[in-house]
Ligand binder design. Structure first.
Ligand code: 5GP
Ligand code: ZN
Length: 112
């Protein structure tokens, strides 16, 4: 999608700090970190929201989920991490390209 912020990051039009990438996903640092470590895991294909996924995305979604522990460990999060998916305005989603937040480190805020 041409006007999607994260698609622009994917194709290099907007700079980002890459942490990991493979054939299906790209991982970069959040520009406004909410914790010592705050990463965004995005698919290379444009999918706007989690509630727009279906069975055809099962392999991709599994790949994203299964990649989280190794990405977190590579960032030094040996004690664990928090992962968040905001979906739609009701979930506080601001960028309409599916993403999983990885948060961790000593400054991780409480979550209620
Ligand atoms: P959401 O609220 O949609 O779940 O999360 C979007 C996230 O994208 C926010 O945490 C925000 O800080 C981050 N973000 C927004 N614009 C940019 C950007 O241009 N570069 C990077 N690296 N992160 C961004
Ligand atoms: Zn996109």
């Amino acid at each position: 999608m041409s006007d999607c912020l994260f698609c622009k990051i994917l194709n290099g039009d907007i700079p980002s700090t890459k942490v990991f990438e493979d054939e299906k996903i790209y991982v970069f640092k959040d520009i406004h970190p909410k914790a010592d470590v705050h990463l965004l895991v995005i698919p290379r294909v444009h999918i706007a929201r989690l509630d727009e996924t279906g069975p055809e995305h099962a392999d991709l979604l599994a790949h994203m989920m299964l990649s989280l522990p190794q990405i977190a460990k590579a960032q030094g999060l040996d004690d664990g991490f928090r992962s968040i998916i905001n979906t739609g305005p009701g979930g506080g989603q601001e960028v309409d390209h599916l993403h999983i937040h990885i948060l961790g480190g000593s400054s991780l805020p409480g979550f209620k």
